[in-house]
Design a protein around this ligand. Structure first.
Ligand code: UDP
Length: 262
């Protein structure tokens, strides 16, 4: 497998071509952004952890029948994935109200939702990824009715599986964002899960203390982001070989590893 030219560079990842046209390399950077790119930092080690955590989750999802783009991990920061045409929608699933939902609708932070709530946002940084309805999706041909039906089913399956997986290690899956892509498999058009699933794209709270183990540590200046991500990896059994990882401490509201740009 030969690494080719850079095809695309996003906020947290770079996609490289390979010598096989249906496969690309996904490289995880240490860059962190929040609030539509207004807050930026470089957090040493974040890309390595997200590469491992995303591999773990997508491999497990594949085992329970959720088709996705992951092929294999190549090294600490890179994984081989299937090349897909990304559907320009961010699919958000919420189990507990927090973040933009509470701000937008005045729902009390921490409200447990009776049923998982699906939201759609247009993938467009210039517009700040605005919330859209199914009607917008169909009116502007961003996806078909059939595709959205399939994706919604898959979202509930992914949520069920991940909620259980995290519950098993003492973590509440509060919400998450996923993306899907179109691909031809044996001449047939398919929709598969793509992008990444990591503490950058999920909200993960410790079951007992409700301490945040995800990117909210960066968004809200809570500090210790890497320790949070490492704690997630350790509980999922990904970091067992590293016995020198110190237990998580959430005391200081400063991010030692963050070099603030602004
Ligand atoms: N999310 C994401 N990328 C985005 C926007 C949201 O991964 O561009 C994730 C976010 O980490 C959270 C969920 O989607 O797990 C819901 O995010 P929310 O809309 O509350 O985002 P906020 O505006 O608070 O970042």
């Amino acid at each position: 497998m030969k690494k080719g030219k850079k095809l695309y560079e996003g906020k947290a990842k770079i996609i490289f071509a390979t010598n096989q046209k249906d496969l690309v390399i996904q490289h995880f950077k240490d860059d962190a952004t929040a609030f539509n790119n207004q807050k930026k930092s470089n957090i040493e080690g974040k890309g390595v952890l997200n590469n491992r955590i995303s591999e773990h989750i997508l491999t497990n999802l594949s085992d329970v029948g959720v088709k996705n783009h992951f092929v294999k991990r190549l090294n600490m920061r890179e994984q081989l994935i299937k090349f897909v045409e990304i559907i320009p929608i961010e699919f958000i699933v919420r189990n507990i109200a927090t973040g933009s939902l509470t701000k937008r609708l005045g729902i009390e932070d921490g409200t447990v939702l009776e049923n998982p709530l699906i939201e759609y946002c247009l993938k467009n940084d210039d517009l700040g990824d605005p919330l859209i309805s199914k009607e917008h999706i169909f009116a502007f041909d961003w996806a078909t009715t059939k595709e959205i039906e399939k994706i919604n089913k898959s979202l509930y399956r992914i949520n069920d599986f991940m909620s259980g997986m995290f519950r098993g290690v003492g973590i509440k899956l509060v919400d998450f964002k996923v993306e899907f892509g179109r691909i031809k498999i044996n001449g047939k058009n398919e929709i598969i899960l793509a992008d990444e699933i990591s503490p950058d794209t999920c909200r993960l709270w410790d079951n007992k203390t409700e301490k945040k183990l995800d990117k909210d540590r960066f968004r809200n200046n809570l500090g210790n982001l890497i320790q949070g991500y490492k704690e997630v990896a350790r509980r999922l059994g990904i970091l067992h070989e590293q016995s020198n990882i110190r237990p998580i401490k959430f005391t200081k509201p400063t991010e030692v590893n963050i070099k603030k740009n602004r």
